[in-house]
Write a protein that binds this ligand. Structure first.
Ligand SMILES: *Cc1c(COP(=O)(O)O)cnc(C)c1O
Length: 304
């Protein structure tokens, strides 16, 4: 597996991909597949799928799209254009347990050419004999529960339009929340929402200003304190139990790819209002002041 660099928006860098393919060609290695991400788990970033499809075609290799997290957004007529090119994939992963609102364990792979699965078919003498239609012929698990029933039920109850409305509400609320974060002088949006997901962090304004004015090597310890501060906020918020955000570590281009602890929010619940989100920022602001790293950062910002 060859990892390829991503840009400021978290999308694959096409130049870097072409350079990797060139290197592989020189080493006489034929790539088996090119994998595009349609909605990354951490930031919801969507790769330029049409360009990847062109490149896969030229390289004569399999084109897989990992839409495990983002694929459900295809339900929306309004936003499916973001996935342009996905229809050219040979295989696509979609997890129903992400944004199709069913419990865990409902992962799917869609095949353009269903007979491709025959290359990994397995048989036994007592079950799934050659020519049988038993389940488990093409999966690691043999006997499986009827997970598809949950997806079927959800499609039956909510329907494509119902799911589209949930997804559209999430995407639009993520944009409003991003605007709200931009308006705060002590919060920094780290990844702009491409779907219903965004990341941000708490940065006291004086600290942000001092960071922007100092050189990269000087910034190092302050970044680590900021990481610790945001980790404290997330843990304290989880303990308080009124609201919850998840946490991850990104390497944002705007911060010289330094590991940056961020708060991660997925707007999936249709009952979450902008007012609730505003209150949550206020709660995080209060929790920040209780962290020992808040004092440390304040002291540093005054000195510098
Ligand atoms: C969730 C996810 C997967 C698959 O993980 P599972 O634990 O099997 O559901 C793959 N790719 C992406 C981008 C995901 O978000």
């Amino acid at each position: 597996m060859v990892k390829v660099e991503t840009d400021r928006e978290g999308r694959i860098c096409i130049d870097a991909l072409l350079a990797q393919l060139q290197t592989l060609r020189q080493r006489n290695i034929k790539p088996m597949a090119i994998v595009g991400i349609a909605g990354s788990t951490e930031t919801g970033a969507i790769d330029p799928l049409n360009i990847l499809a062109d490149i896969a075609e030229q390289a004569q290799c399999h084109f897989h799209v990992d839409a495990a997290w983002g694929g459900a957004s295809l339900m929306s007529e309004r936003y499916r254009h973001l996935f342009a090119g996905i229809e050219r994939a040979d295989t696509v992963t979609i997890d129903a347990h992400k944004q199709l609102y069913v419990p865990m364990g409902s992962g799917m792979v869609l095949f353009r050419q269903p007979t491709l699965t025959n290359t990994i078919a397995q048989h036994a003498n007592y079950i799934v004999r050659k020519g049988s239609k038993d389940l488990g012929r093409h999966t690691l698990e043999g006997s499986r529960s009827a997970m598809s029933l949950m997806l079927h039920s959800n499609l039956y109850l909510l329907g494509r339009r119902g799911l589209a409305r949930l997804i559209e509400a999430g995407i639009e609320k993520a944009r409003q929340f991003a605007d709200l974060i931009h308006q705060q002088e002590d919060f920094e949006l780290i990844s702009e929402p491409q779907l219903c997901l965004l990341t941000y962090r708490y940065v006291p304004p004086k600290v942000l200003q001092a960071l922007q004015e100092s050189s990269a090597p000087v910034r190092q310890p302050q970044h680590e304190w900021l990481n610790a501060l945001n980790q404290d906020i997330q843990t304290a918020q989880w303990r308080a139990g009124t609201s919850f955000v998840s946490r991850t570590c990104l390497k944002p281009v705007q911060w010289d790819r330094q590991p940056t602890t961020v708060l991660r929010v997925v707007l999936a619940n249709p009952l979450t209002t902008l007012e609730i989100l505003g209150n949550m920022l206020e709660e995080q602001r209060q929790l920040a002041r209780q962290s020992p790293f808040w004092q440390t950062l304040q002291a540093w910002a005054v000195i510098s």
